[in-house]
Design a binder for this molecule. Structure first.
Ligand SMILES: Nc1ncnc2c1ncn2[C@@H]1O[C@H](COP(=O)(O)OP(=O)(O)OP(=O)(O)O)[C@@H](O)[C@H]1O
Ligand SMILES: [Mg+2]
Length: 245
């Protein structure tokens, strides 16, 4: 089967600093793949180059057989949806309208089709609203939500599209245990049959969610394997798991 995502030798430099130093990453379709690694390892930068926010200086990024290297975000948005490490909701729009915008991007690209399917878009947005536990806040401006609620909305926005590949950058950051557990079960349920790439520092969450884990250290993937194998990997233990995240 064609890989969901295949990165070969991806390099990203900022000035004289090599932040990504030849990243190879392979993800099968339907896989839930976690990226772990110390602060500053290049995890968010990796998401930026995959989602087209920044161009890699070297290397190739292929999604489902299509070379998307250097394609801007609007040209990969049908293939992949991403959430950011920091909240990025439309603060002035209502919670429901944030989800409507995301759902609008799903399905057919033709405006007339979107119009004809506006009921379906509404249903999709409301179902996600319910799933993220924000039904009672539907009409409130997103800016008025508490931090954890904004993070939940962020997640809903990424998941309300029907992009086959979902990238989530630290989706549970800033949440308490109960909120994080809820977010994780939502992620698990809504990524069924899709491919997920998630950056996460909470090791319990990573080991519970991921089919495979890649460990990024100083801009290089030092191991990519099943959770059980990663747990036993001596290099990983030394580089990351042994140290406080
Ligand atoms: N636009 C930029 N210009 C210059 N340096 C940058 C830029 N973006 C990131 N960096 C640097 O690249 C390195 C990797 O940053 P990145 O945010 O990708 O790390 P990370 O693994 O996501 O870290 P964290 O776990 O803290 O989120 C850091 O040293 C950072 O300072
Ligand atoms: Mg980051």
């Amino acid at each position: 089967m064609t890989a969901a995502l295949d990165l070969r030798g991806v390099v990203k430099r900022f000035g004289a600093t090599d932040v990504l130093r030849g990243v190879d990453l392979h993800m099968a379709q339907g896989e839930r793949h976690a990226i772990i690694g110390p602060n500053g390892a290049g995890k968010s930068t990796l998401f930026d180059v995959i989602s087209g926010r920044t161009r890699p200086d070297e290397g190739r990024i292929v999604a489902r057989g299509v070379d998307i290297t250097g394609r801007p975000p609007q040209r990969v948005s049908r293939m992949l949806a991403r959430s950011f490490q920091t909240t990025s909701v439309f603060g002035g729009l209502s919670v429901l309208d944030n989800l409507r915008c995301a759902a609008l991007g799903a399905g057919s690209a033709r405006v007339v089709d979107r119009w004809l399917h506006s009921r379906a878009i509404d249903d999709r947005a409301r179902a996600m609203l319910d799933a993220i536990g924000l039904s009672s806040r539907a009409d409130d401006a997103a800016a008025r939500l508490a931090y954890a609620e904004q993070r939940a909305l962020d997640l809903g926005i990424a998941l309300a599209t029907d992009a086959p590949l979902i990238l989530l950058d630290e989706p549970t950051a800033g949440m308490n245990r109960a909120e994080a557990a809820r977010a994780l079960s939502l992620i698990r349920a809504t990524t069924e049959g899709r491919t997920l790439l998630v950056v996460e520092h909470d090791m319990d969450a990573v080991f519970a969610l991921a089919d495979r884990i890649s460990v990024l250290v100083r801009g290089r993937v030092i191991a990519s394997d099943t959770p059980a194998a990663i747990r036993l990997n001596a290099d990983v233990q030394e580089a990351y798991l042994g140290a406080a995240p």
